[in-house]
Unconditional design. Sequence first.
Lengths: 246, 67, 248
Amino acid sequence: MTMKPLNTFHFASPATFYPLAGRLQPLFALLALALAAAGLYVGFFVAPTDAQQGEGYRIIFVHVPTSWMAMFLYCVMAFWAAVGLVFNTRLASMMASAIAPTGAMFALLSLLTGSLWGKPMWGTWWVWDARLTSTLILLFLYLGFLALQAAVDDPRRADKAGAILALVGVVNVPIIYFSVKWWNTLHQGASVSITKSSSMAQTMLLAMLLMALAFWMYSIAVALARVRNIILEREAHTEWVQHAMA
Amino acid sequence: MQWHSVGEFFAMGGYAPYVWGSVGATAVLMIVEPWLLRRQHRQIVHALRHRLRAEQNATQPTPRAQP
Amino acid sequence: MSLPGRPPGEQIPLVDAARSAKGAPWIVNAALVSLRRDLLLAARRRSEVLTALFFFVVVVSLFPLAIGPEPALLRRIGPGALWVAALLATLLGLPRLFAADHADGTLEQMALSPQPFALQMAGKVAAHWLLCGLPLVLLAPLLGLQFGLDGDAQGVLMLSLLIGTPLLSLIGAIGAALTLGVRGGGVLLSLLVLPLYIPALVFGAGSVEAEAAGLGVRGHLSVLGAMLALAVFFAPWATTAAVRVALE
């Protein structure tokens, strides 16, 4: 008996990916809700009070996952942009464009929650902490990507230009992080870090991980929804879209 | 469980505005984003259906009245 | 034969430029030809180059006007202000890098020619540095006097700018290529490129601060040099890819 060869590129066509995305999206949304519920429960009802920061430290259960997501989504976005550039496929580039706004949102949330954490702890609304400053620059990188894609009219040129920018950005992210860390220690002497050190209770770590997973599932669900919208807009002239709309 | 009352839970040891502000902002954005996407989806489908119908009407000859 | 979009005095057809650079080794020839052409064109349009330099001078003067003339404070912010002004002045010259050649079709001719496109682009970036970056390096000590920087600080400042401005030109060229012919090009270019400039700014301005604090500048300048080396190898490829995307 011969095995049918696995067609890995079967879902690389927008026409086949669209219904698949539609079916997967609610699953990831449910996963996100379940994980968030678990994470919030552990974070707010199981994790103990912190010795130094009292109850205020509980912000890390949203702050740290949003920072991780902002960083992670940029890498995922750059990956799909690279795939789209190398294989010259539309769908991979559409995926990169779909991820970008969510990544920017998480970067913004990271800055906002970081600010709300810094105010009671350090007395100011903004601290030039290495992590916060890097996240600010990451937000600029996201905004640049979004602005470039919005400014270029031709969708394929927007895809490729955005891909080059995302790749240059992803290479620069470690360089930027290193530079900011250097700058931070140089100018502050004793490191004033807003992030919790490694002496974290097990339950706190668990809650953070659960929330990070929840945000990850959320990002996938949202990216699938957004890519469906992008597919509909860009493939509006094709027969399968017109058939689906009828 | 370290919360001895509901009031204590909401007070968050005095950090209530910061903690609930953060959690609240996160929750709000993570609800608004999918809602916006759903709305955008409805708008796109509506616009495409509208355009499809307009094209179909344009290609069909208008029925002529019987003399 | 006159090319559209440019006055007759400013056209240097590539053929003529290539003929005059005969004798140089072939692999570098493309870069040198492109460099010479851009320098000649800029020489005929001196006002554009000088405008960018005047911008640098004016922006630097804004900082003391905004912050106050207290000498100790100015000495502290001097290096940072000069570096920021250098960044902005470089950004100002970037849209000109490809715009004129793109408008009259020379860029397409360069892409289609048998010469390596990446080397031609490298030549253009080198010309941009010679016209925009190097004058900043030479002007900086003069402006450093406005901030009361001493001799050692001036020396480190010049050195950091000497290593840093080519880096700025190289990274900026990628941005200029990406925004070629795009609406709102200049401002968009700044948004794209400024975050990528931050490491250069941190180590460049930081080197002068380190000197003032009595710490060694070797570390900062080495990292700056390393970033320049990386950029010299990889930035022209990214720029070339971006220009090809713009030419499609």
